[in-house]
Ligand binder design. Structure first.
Ligand SMILES: O=C(O)CCC(=O)C(=O)O
Length: 191
């Protein structure tokens, strides 16, 4: 689609580099993962002096907003390893997941507009428990071009290319409790 045409139908133009797989895992595994996440010592997301409403646990690495640095975190737990293998297979040869973030969103909780930290390269997200509107936007002149991915429970998205580097993403407050597992590769392992 040409840029001119895409400006006439911005909602229909998916960001370059975004991939989506419905039913990436089975319902039984989804239930198991929700149980594992509920058992984690989840903490409110810390953004410097501010606390977000979503609750998170980081593995491998975590970004410290006060120090503005990547810090090492707890090692990735064993129960995540088979899932990581499946995500790496989806990502293709040389995909190496080094960081995992488990997030719990209660009803009404979402995440604001952002791009992930540049320390990371590709981002994969598994949705659990309920759907969400995964929104994208990028500035075109003085306007926003927008796209919404309906991320269904058990689905996986991958952000690479422009969807990762250029577009911002956000999730409006969810209508039912949602959990997600975010898998990230490191920027210095870029091919
Ligand atoms: O819950 C999700 O799928 C997205 C999480 C996210 O964008 C983030 O933690 O930076």
């Amino acid at each position: 689609m040409t840029e001119q045409l895409s400006l006439f139908a911005p909602e229909k133009t998916a960001p370059e580099g975004l991939r989506y797989a419905a039913e990436f895992i089975a319902p039984a595994l989804e239930r198991e993962l929700i149980g594992q996440i509920s058992a984690l010592p989840l903490q409110p997301f810390q953004f410097g002096a501010f606390e977000g409403k979503r609750r998170v646990a980081s593995f491998g690495f975590r970004y410290d907003y006060t120090l503005q640095r990547l810090q090492s975190a707890e090692p990735i737990p064993e129960w995540l390893l088979p899932l990581i293998e499946k995500v790496e297979a989806f990502g293709g040869p040389s995909t190496k997941i080094a960081q995992v973030l488990c997030t719990e969103y209660d009803v009404g909780v979402g995440i604001g507009w952002h791009r992930d930290k540049p320390h990371f390269d590709r981002i994969f997200g598994l949705s659990l428990g309920s759907p969400c509107k995964f929104r994208f936007r990028r500035a075109i002149g003085e306007k926003w071009q927008r796209y919404t991915l309906e991320a269904a429970p058990r689905s996986l998205y991958m952000m690479a290319g422009e969807s990762r580097r250029v577009w911002e993403h956000s999730i409006p407050g969810v209508e039912a409790p949602r959990r997600s597992i975010t898998f990230r590769t490191m920027a210095d392992q870029k091919r």
